[in-house]
Design a protein around this ligand. Structure first.
Ligand code: FAD
Length: 463
């Protein structure tokens, strides 16, 4: 069978694209206007409405809820958060430990609410397994394990080659690390379930309604303006498309493939009975899950960025990216050499200049936002949403400061990305450097991280 390329994502091939909700019919007012119907926007509407049922909340979505990364991701619901180590440097170790604990709790919070709301998102909490297959990756894996333990992650295990293979048999693996704080999910089932849940609570959701401009107390669309004391921008990788935001978070591509359902004999050679989410320690890393219907869905960087912060073509990805991801699949699991790739797709992540996720409500203007999660937004969006709820309640006098409003990522601001063509050149140069470093580490015998990757990390602001 030929590979389907695009169609938003493979996940929609299993659920169907939802019937569209009505666009904004004209000017209106609300207490809170949420821009963007992904996990961040929908969780924010959910928690605000639960906390204060009389609030009039309007969600404005340019296409349909789950059109963005929330409908296209790898389904790793896990406790990673972009920027924790930098937050430790800026605000102290204890503050970063609080952030990490909040992330650990968030994995269970998403599972709890999904259950409570009757959302069946194929959740399986099998933890996260990350593997190394070169001496340099193994050295990074050990350093990573040590750093995580220092952040209080005492339940993270360091595994030898044989122990790693007992979980998943990745060819050439020399070691691994496993944490229980992760679950596999079906991204679209979660986002569609959430959209239905917020509507059932009385939140008004308008789709096919692009917001062209956000200014204090106003969200402007071609069909009318929503006036609200609070306007919350939850547009992640699409943020550059809003007036005045072109050089804010950079839209970074990530692409995925999904195999056909694999037969029993292939699974017998691979293992993966625990349904852990799977990643590696490469610089241009991969991520994967075993789906509920026994496929492998696997992702990686591909072409990282499009000139001028352009974002989307309904999920189509380049043939060269599909070939590169297939190569990773077969290198990891030689038994998949003959299997069909049913689907390939891509989406955009939001990358701030310092690679740190953040959440903010500006008390002077009532404008708020959350995002810049880089590749770790499935759980983080939920923590951001609960934090935005607390910030709105604090500002409107309906609540006090909370543990969440005191986390170190609240109110963090960062400089803008460079103008073009430097942005394009920088990001493409960065990923060319990472790919070259990965290739050299593969054949090198030393456990040292390639120097080019170290320099790239420093220049990019990634570490
Ligand atoms: C291929 C891929 C794989 C990933 N894998 C993982 C993973 O396994 N684990 C993980 O933790 N993270 C992963 N991520 C990241 C994660 O999916 C995102 O961080 C998360 O979904 C962000 O949610 P969001 O609601 O902030 O953004 P989005 O889901 O992108 O939602 C933003 C929404 O805003 C809408 N919008 C944008 N602009 C406007 C506008 N002007 N007006 C109105 N609406 C607008 C968009 O249409 C979109 O629906 C992955 C991302 C991609 C692309």
């Amino acid at each position: 069978m030929a590979t389907v390329n695009g169609g938003i994502s493979f996940w929609y091939a299993t659920t169907g694209v939802p019937a569209p909700r009505e666009p904004l019919p004209g000017d209106t007012s609300a207490d809170v206007c949420v821009v963007g119907g992904g996990y961040t926007g929908l969780w924010t509407a959910y928690y605000l409405k639960k906390a204060v049922p009389f609030l009039r909340i309007v969600v404005l979505e340019q296409k349909f809820c789950g059109y963005g990364a929330s409908g296209r991701n790898g389904g790793w619901l896990y406790n990673g958060i972009a920027g924790r180590d930098r937050y430790a440097r800026l605000h102290g170790h204890d503050a970063a430990v609080r952030l990490q604990r909040a992330m650990n709790d968030t994995v269970d919070e998403v599972i709890r609410v999904a259950e409570e709301e009757g959302i069946d998102a194929d959740v399986h909490k099998g933890g996260v397994l990350e593997v190394a297959y070169s001496p340099a990756q193994l050295a990074r894996l050990k350093a990573f394990h040590e750093a995580e333990t220092a952040f209080g992650e005492k339940d993270r295990l360091l595994l030898g080659a044989a122990q790693t293979a007992e979980r998943i048999r990745v060819a050439g693996t020399v070691g691994g690390t496993w944490t229980p704080h992760g679950a596999r999910i079906h991204p679209v089932k979660l986002v569609q379930g959430l959209a239905a849940a917020v509507e059932a609570l009385g939140v008004v959701v308008h789709e096919s309604t692009p917001v062209t401009e956000i200014r204090p107390k106003h969200a402007v669309t071609p069909y009318g303006t929503v006036r609200a004391p609070y306007v919350l921008r939850c547009t992640e990788g699409f943020t550059a498309g809003i007036s005045g935001q072109r050089r804010a978070w950079l839209p970074m591509n990530s692409s995925m493939i999904a195999t056909e359902p694999l037969p029993r004999q292939v699974w017998d050679t691979i293992g993966w009975e625990g349904r852990e989410t799977l990643g590696d320690m490469a610089h241009a890393y991969m991520y994967a899950q075993r789906t509920a219907d026994d496929r492998i869905a696997l992702g990686g960087r591909g072409v990282p960025y499009r000139f001028g912060s352009r974002t989307d073509n309904d999920g189509r990805t380049q043939a060269s990216t599909v070939a590169a991801l297939r190569e990773i699949l077969v290198r990891f699991f030689p038994a998949t050499a003959g299997v069909a790739i049913d689907h390939a797709w891509s989406g955009v992540l939001g990358v701030p200049r310092d690679w740190c996720a953040s959440v903010e409500l500006d008390r002077a203007t009532g404008l708020g936002w959350a995002g810049g999660y880089v590749g770790s937004g499935v759980a983080t969006a939920n923590l951001a949403a609960r934090t935005l709820r607390d910030l709105v309640q604090l500002d409107s006098g309906q609540g006090g400061a909370t543990e969440l409003t005191g986390l170190p990522w609240v109110g963090h601001r960062v400089r803008r990305w460079e103008p073009e063509p430097f942005r394009w050149l920088g990001v493409h140069g960065l990923y060319a450097a990472y790919r070259a470093a990965d290739r050299r580490e593969q054949t090198a015998r030393t456990g040292r991280t390639d120097r080019v990757a170290q320099v790239a990390d420093r220049i990019s602001g990634r570490h």
